[in-house]
Design a binder for this molecule. Sequence first.
Ligand code: C2E
Ligand code: MG
Ligand code: MG
Ligand code: MG
Length: 278
Amino acid sequence: GAKASGRNCARVFDPSDPESSDESENIAALLKIAIHHDLVSLVYQPIEDLASGRHDSVEALMRLKTLDGNIIPPSLFIPIAERTGSILELGRWAIRTVCRDLLADNHVQTASVNVSPIQLKTPGFAASVAAILYETGVAGSRLAFEITEGLEMEKHSEVLRCISDLKTLGIKIWLDDFGTGFAGLSWLRLIDFDTVKIDRSFLHDSVSVRGEAMLQDIIGLIRNRGPRILVEGVETSVQLALLRTMHIDAVQGYHVGRPAPAELYHRRPTSGAKSLPV
Ligand code: C2E
Ligand code: MG
Ligand code: MG
Ligand code: MG
């Protein structure tokens, strides 16, 4: 167990104890060596365009494992990576890896990458992205950056300038997890998003009549601004049938496909297939 941990016996990750500072320190240390030790990877989850039925867009999701192979969820390691600054190196790695995977895949048109507010606020971020595009030869238009509506408004002029630079590179900007806080509405007014992703919590509530009305209201709010609307977390055919009646542009969720490594992604058809869980 954890008590016996020595040099060659890493402490076992305990998800029931996420606040443990020991655990955070271990993860912080792991994040520093993750890229060189091949402990970090990306999985891709398909996005279905409802009009065409095609799965020609994917979201890249980061995975981290410990030296002894335990999986640490992003909800745990991303906040630590943000706090310690590791997110900058990991974020560049993710964008470069997505670009390389895109070059190897003719079916997937666009890949979206989650980008932390820390990255957007770091001077030179857009330039580092431009360098990756140049180095890999991938068109910026094949990338979308998902920014979370939790992004704080302080320093927002820097963020807005960065977003405008990214758009100049052809990169699309998506708003992630819409509806989880109030900031999303402000960002919707400030930024011309290509796509807004409605948080999956709205879908889970929409089994009730009241939940469905809430979802309609949210869609109305976004619709007036003009972006494409995607609903996250679609898990059942009942949910999908409901969304088809609501003028949604795209859906993502376990019902459409589970996140899978690029190697698996290449081998599956662009539409209609269920992927293997990761
Ligand atoms: P997100 O960007 O909102 O990603 C969607 C999350 O929902 C993913 O969890 C995905 O696996 C999960 N999901 C997809 N379909 C369903 C469904 O039908 N039902 C349910 N219950 N869940 C579904 P994951 O991979 O654990 O990522 C969690 C969060 O961690 C992401 O939320 C994102 O905010 C963050 N994250 C992941 N990868 C990265 C990254 O490379 N960079 C940054 N900055 N953040 C990342
Ligand atoms: Mg996302
Ligand atoms: Mg999301
Ligand atoms: Mg989310």
